[in-house]
Design a protein around this ligand. Structure first.
Ligand code: HEM
Length: 166
């Protein structure tokens, strides 16, 4: 019998669900073609969105690591759960920062001629890779949350949702 997780605080929950909403919005809005960046309004919005998302994830990293504690997984949970949880969280941060930084790289390459086509192709490749990796990691993340709700019943899902009647 493992112990029961105590809830994340409202700041951690607020940042978590705000970033989930922004990630969802980011996929919905998408861009089909780098040429769309020739519209100044589109370019400004994309750069502002990337900077905002990057800043939110940096804040979140410092907040959960420094102030609030990054996980509510009970310390006596099996070792493989600690490993899987850590690996998926690291992967989530890495893909979001990968998407943001390569997106800013694409914008930079588009507005300056100094960096050349090779740099732009590398940034587009990284952007597409990170954009494909994130949904896979999110599926693993959500599967983990359901595992804790249905099998372990240790309150880890509720630590981020509150007491939803699930
Ligand atoms: C239906 C969607 C989601 C559910 C049910 C969910 C559930 C959870 C739960 C229960 C935790 C706490 C885990 C723990 O205390 O160890 C957590 C933490 C976390 N979630 Fe989610 N999540 C969802 C969507 C997302 C999205 C879209 C992201 C975006 C990348 C994300 C990134 C993270 C990260 C990085 C953590 C680790 C703690 C932190 O840095 O805040 N989650 N999530």
């Amino acid at each position: 019998m493992t112990s029961t997780a105590h809830s994340h605080g409202f700041v951690t929950k607020g940042i978590h669900w705000l970033s989930a909403g922004l990630i969802g919005y980011g996929y919905l809005k998408g861009l089909d073609d780098v040429a769309q960046l020739s519209h100044p309004g589109v370019m400004q919005f994309e750069v502002a969105f990337a900077l905002g998302l990057g800043a939110l994830f940096l804040l979140r990293l410092f907040w959960t690591k420094g102030a609030a504690g990054a996980t509510r997984l009970p310390t006596d949970a099996p070792k493989w759960e600690h490993f899987a949880s850590k690996a998926v969280h690291v992967g989530l941060y890495a893909s979001v920062f990968g998407i943001v930084l390569s997106g800013l790289g694409i914008a930079l390459a588009y507005t300056t001629s100094v960096l050349g086509g090779l740099f732009q192709s590398a940034m587009i490749g990284l952007h597409e890779f990170a954009l494909s990796a994130l949904p896979v990691l999110l599926l693993a993340h959500i599967a983990g949350a359901i595992w804790h709700k249905v099998v372990r019943r240790d309150g880890v899902l509720e630590s981020m949702t509150g007491k939803l009647p699930l």
